[in-house]
Ligand binder design. Sequence first.
Ligand code: CTP
Length: 410
Amino acid sequence: MSARSLEGRHIVLGITGGIAAYKSVYLLRLLVKRGAEVQVVMTPSAKEFITPVTLSSLSGKPVVSEFFTANTGEWHSHVDLGLWADLMVVAPATASTLGKMAHGIADNMLVTTYLSAKEHVMVAPAMDLDMFRSPSTARNLSLLAGDGVEIIEPGSGELASGLTGKGRMAEPEEIVERVERFFSKSGSLAGKRILITAGPTFENIDPVRFIGNYSSGKMGFALADAAASRGAEVALVTGPVSLRELHPAVRRIDVVSARDMLARCLEEFPGCDCAILAAAVADYAPAVVADRKIKREKEEEMVVRLVRNPDIAATLGSMKESRTLVGFALETDNERENALSKMERKNLDMIVLNSLRDPEAGFMKDTNKIDIISRDGQTCSFPAKSKRMVAEDILDAVFPPERGQMMMRR
Ligand code: CTP
């Protein structure tokens, strides 16, 4: 990266009240040195740890902390700040702020700015190991990850409490690297149109019942958000999920059944450069959908006859021409053989393999552990990562970065 790799970038640096706040002074220094324009937003308790004067001297801008400046009555607009920022980084992020962000508790300038942020948000948690391990923090981080927030994992080591464990804020250099990586990628897919499928499909039996599966849609949504953050125009065709997409460049198309999904994919695919099919599509659907609720009968058994659904991947594969087609394979056994045969059968260029035998992979998880296999059989295996970071790896494989910026970390 060049010395001025962040020239002209607008970054909101949110600082919360934890001892790691002292590291944020150095983080700010590094960001400014690389050319970023940084607006610091502090929570009131952060000021107990470092002074606004130190931060405003380094950033060249008054620190924002309150909704109003007490003596002048000037109002600080979190909405304007949210619009101004190309990126918001909250470092350190305490358990309390993570909880407020996850639940939209907008009782200070930092959280209101987060709620108004239009672009990407990263958080670097920092707290004592027990707080980091607590179910509540884990739940809040998982909610934030689901909302598309990038979590910069804390490191392990000696903590301010004297205890040793996980909870130490990532080092400023690592945070800057993540920031640089974000900007080096943003815009790299400008002009590309990408179709992504996500979630399960529901196949109706009658007006109140359906056949479905456990897919949460998290992987497809993470892909959509990551691709849009890199500048792509994304059509996200999703089955029923309780997620929301983040990025304004994601066009969400809600469908219910495999047949609906195929119909919408056929409309979108011709205008796309690439399709990534992360949906868990039901292979079969009831042959007849009852138009009234089926009543319980006296018999002990009931038979629902199923008929084969269309294979969306294979259909798109048969018409793909120069478009890139990427599929997923979630397997329980003979993983590689099954994945290779799917890639062949569906005419995919690449297949992302995850095994249900891996505890970090699978339905409803926030993490995934994947192998990416390309048509020539080359395989890249990755360690377990958040689904957002897995999405970045998949995009790097589909759209390899320029040489010298290779980001595929095996
Ligand atoms: N897929 C699809 N349409 C289907 C079934 C699967 O588009 N009717 C896509 C999935 O989105 C995924 C890939 O094909 O990208 C593999 O899905 P999977 O369910 O593993 O494949 P199947 O061919 O259904 O194989 P299996 O017998 O393992 O269910």
